[in-house]
Design a protein around this ligand. Structure first.
Ligand SMILES: [Zn+2]
Length: 768
């Protein structure tokens, strides 16, 4: 699933102001002190982490990946089950109390897939990834043919229309050219947003089928040598993947919001909102080329053109295409491996760590690279327990099944145990793919300082400076170029200033979604990347052990680095006197998000005025080539007053409360915390529940499963995050009344969060 991108900061100034303000309130805020630990305990913690690190062996991770990726391990495959049983045996061997939790999910598999071009230049698509020399598993049987799970069944024949990445703006461009996809088969290229949006929008525009291909411009020879010479996608390589409408809800399509346990009430397939009606097929660029060549009509806009050796036309095609998708719509079991070590003094406070184990074929990079790092942590923790250590809080290590089709294993588990998780879970740490290079970290911003402290204590295998220092350098370089992204420029400034590095906000794309966005549990997602060449084999047969040991992390040293970062975070959360959370970092980040909403309203107003001016001047008509009809864009509605004052007010008051909390926390820390066991228990329970105060039971507009009011995947991005989504998405979609309404609703949610924070501060102050 997609790698983390580091997000920008509104203004450096406001960040520094907040820190100094906290520091200024006559309490020395020792940023270097290990957050959450009394000075005496910090030294113990450092030695515990050193003993943990000493247990980590890259050879373990290499051996486990080789075994777990030695056969196709998709949902329903024998090796998927074998991998779950292998891990169960290992966890028990290492002293964990472990079991397999099985859920029954709707998991359609292809019975027949076919694609051909009719007419004067007939062509039959291969729809298969052939073996590659030097890749030992590439000719093994047992893999599913390339397909898009949860697409519809169908046998359709129609002209083709090329819709670029198939995103909303692409359909606006088609409309300006008077090209309609009703009754057509659309061909779209990967990229630009969640793959499920492509067939969903095609279906909404009346198309009868959808083909999604990988253009070499994005992850093939335009990026680097194709496999096996280099790591990039070869001509016959195909990106499989789910197209479920996960913007509604992830998980089993037939059991929204409830666990798909044997007796669960299931929707009828025809009533499941996340299933598509039209047939969808992923294809290679080898199969796409004859189809794209068959297109006539206008030449595609420059930004739609990839790197294939042909002129990209929009269509429709002269000849018709015929596609068939016929699936076996049966239930399949998914196997979540759950392992627990009960806490000694706070057993009802849970630290959960997860990574999925199901791949689309062999899944070496995605997901096993992250999964073997998780296993290594579990082995090391088991050794510490054998040496006599016990965590204060309970540890739950989970290897999820069914992530690829739609976050099934993690979502069904989270929905089944929702009540207990909301009572007991204080943290969920996710990982997924893992490569080489730079640390990617995203999640609840109250974790930002902890992540920075841990990253500063783990050595980068290649440069031998800390992972944190290497990330800081990376940010400074990334944001220094003149065409650097605006957010990269802000990060570069922040990195140069020496303060904590920002962690990103999470959208969707991996198993953290149910924990953060449905249950409101404090959540973190981690992984290394940016230097490996794994992108080209994403969700293909070539995501293999042989590819990974050449183009991924050949020495598994970044596997060990991930185990260290995730492991230290888990161990600190498990043994801290007070949970190492800093709510001031959340309130600072919120200030940035609210600032971005103001900028969004301003830029939308300016862009609308500009468009109206151009329309009134008939500029679009005069700009268009008369020989190629191009209608002016549809006139956008005027931007009325958007009242963000409730949000401004809420954010301002929250800043004050956060500073008061951090001052009280710092005072306690400096005094070695000095809390009774009961006080400590109550304060930690409250701190562990703070993230839930950012949710609302009613959920977000049009998608009640998503209950977090600060972080959510975009309805029109799928993966990419939308911060303050209720307001931001309404403004972007020009639903002005809804924007005003959700500004007030979100402000109310934030006021509830602030009130809970004030109660916590009162519990920390000595008089209490
Ligand atoms: Zn994955």
């Amino acid at each position: 699933m997609p790698l983390n991108k580091i997000r920008p900061l509104l203004t450096l100034a406001c960040m520094i102001a907040t820190c100094t303000a906290a520091a200024g309130s006559n309490v020395t805020h020792d940023d270097q002190a290990m957050l959450g630990f009394a000075p005496a305990n910090a030294a113990t913690q450092v030695s515990l982490e050193q003993r943990f690190d000493a247990q980590l062996d890259p050879a373990d991770q290499r051996r486990w990946m080789k075994q777990m990726s030695s056969e196709p391990n998709q949902v329903g495959s024998p090796h998927d089950k074998a991998n779950a049983e292998f891990m169960l045996k290992k966890f028990r061997e290492w002293g964990w109390d472990a079991h397999i939790e099985t859920f029954s999910v709707l998991y359609p598999t292809p019975k027949k897939v076919a694609l051909e071009l009719l007419g004067p230049h007939p062509f039959t698509a291969m729809l298969h990834e052939p073996p590659i020399p030097g890749d030992a598993t590439s000719d093994l049987p047992g893999a599913l043919p390339p397909y898009n799970v949860y697409g519809g069944d169908g046998d359709v024949t129609a002209e083709l229309v090329y819709v670029n990445q198939g995103m909303p703006d692409d359909y606006k461009e088609l409309a300006r050219r008077g090209i309609d996809v009703r009754g057509k088969i659309v061909i779209t290229r990967y990229g630009g947003g969640w793959r499920g949006l492509k067939p969903k929008l095609a279906q909404e525009h009346g198309a009868v089928g959808c083909l999604i291909y990988s253009d070499p411009h994005d992850d093939g020879y335009a990026q680097g040598d194709a496999y096996p010479k280099g790591g990039w996608r070869p001509a016959e390589g195909v990106q499989r993947g789910s197209v479920a409408d996960m913007q509604q809800y992830p998980g089993d399509p037939l059991t929204p919001g409830i666990g798909s346990t044997p007796g669960a009430k299931r929707l009828a397939i025809k009533d499941a909102k996340t299933l598509l009606k039209i047939p969808v097929l992923p294809i290679s660029y080898a199969d796409a080329t004859p189809l794209l060549r068959s297109l006539s009509g206008p030449v595609a806009p420059a930004s739609w053109r990839g790197s294939l050796p042909l002129t990209y036309h929009v269509g429709p095609s002269a000849a018709k295409a015929h596609m068939t998708v016929l699936s076996d719509w049966s239930q399949k079991p998914v196997y979540d491996v759950i392992a627990t070590i009960k806490g000694a003094t706070a057993p009802d406070q849970w630290i959960i760590r997860g990574n999925h184990h199901d791949g689309w074929v062999f899944g070496a990079w995605d997901p096993l690279a992250g999964n073997v790092a998780l296993l290594a942590e579990a082995k090391a923790i088991g050794a510490l327990v054998k040496q006599g250590w016990r965590p204060q809080r309970t540890l739950v290590y989970a290897s999820w099944d069914g992530e690829e089709p739609g976050l099934l294993g993690s979502t069904e588990w989270a929905e089944t145990h929702a009540k207990e998780l909301q009572a007991k879970a204080v943290l969920y740490v996710n990982s997924d793919t893992n490569g080489r290079g730079f640390l990617g970290a995203g999640g609840s911003h109250s974790l930002q300082h902890l992540v920075n402290q841990v990253a500063d204590g783990v050595t980068d295998p290649e440069t031998h400076v800390s992972v944190g220092e290497r990330l800081r350098a990376h940010m400074m370089v990334e944001g220094s170029g003149k065409d650097a992204r605006p957010d990269a420029k802000v990060n570069a400034k922040l990195a140069a200033a020496g303060g904590d590095l920002p962690i990103e906000a999470l959208g969707s794309g991996s198993d953290y979604s149910a924990f953060l966005e449905h249950l409101g549990i404090t959540t973190l997602d981690l992984g290394f990347g940016g230097e490996d060449d794994n992108g080209g084999i994403y969700h293909s047969r070539y995501d293999s052990f042989d590819h990974y040991i050449r183009f991924g992390d050949p020495t598994f040293e970044y596997g060990v680095a991930l185990s260290k970062v995730a492991g230290h975070i888990v161990l600190r959360m498990a043994d801290a006197n007070l949970l190492p959370l800093r709510f001031g970092d959340f309130s600072n980040t919120l200030d940035r998000y609210v600032g971005e909403l103001h900028q969004l309203v301003d830029s939308t107003r300016k862009a609308t005025a500009q468009q109206h001016r151009l329309l009134d001047m008939h500029a679009y008509a005069l700009d268009a080539d008369p020989t190629r009809p191009l209608a002016p864009p549809a006139r956008e509605s005027d931007v009325p007053a958007i009242d963000l004052a409730p949000l401004d007010q809420a954010a301002k008051q929250l800043d004050k409360s956060a500073q008061a909390f951090q001052a009280a926390y710092a005072r306690r820390a400096a005094a070695g915390f000095q809390l009774s066991a009961t006080q400590q228990e109550q304060i930690n329970q409250q701190m562990g529940h703070m993230e839930q105060a950012l949710t609302d039971a009613a959920g977000l507009p049009g998608r009640p499963w998503f209950k977090h009011f600060i972080y959510a995947p975009g309805m029109l991005t799928g993966y990419g995050v939308k911060t303050v989504p209720g307001v931001r998405e309404a403004i972007e979609a020009r639903r002005w009344d809804e924007a005003n309404r959700y500004a007030a609703i979100t402000a109310k949610v934030l006021d509830g969060y602030r009130a809970q924070l004030d109660r916590l501060t009162a519990m920390l102050n000595p008089s209490s």
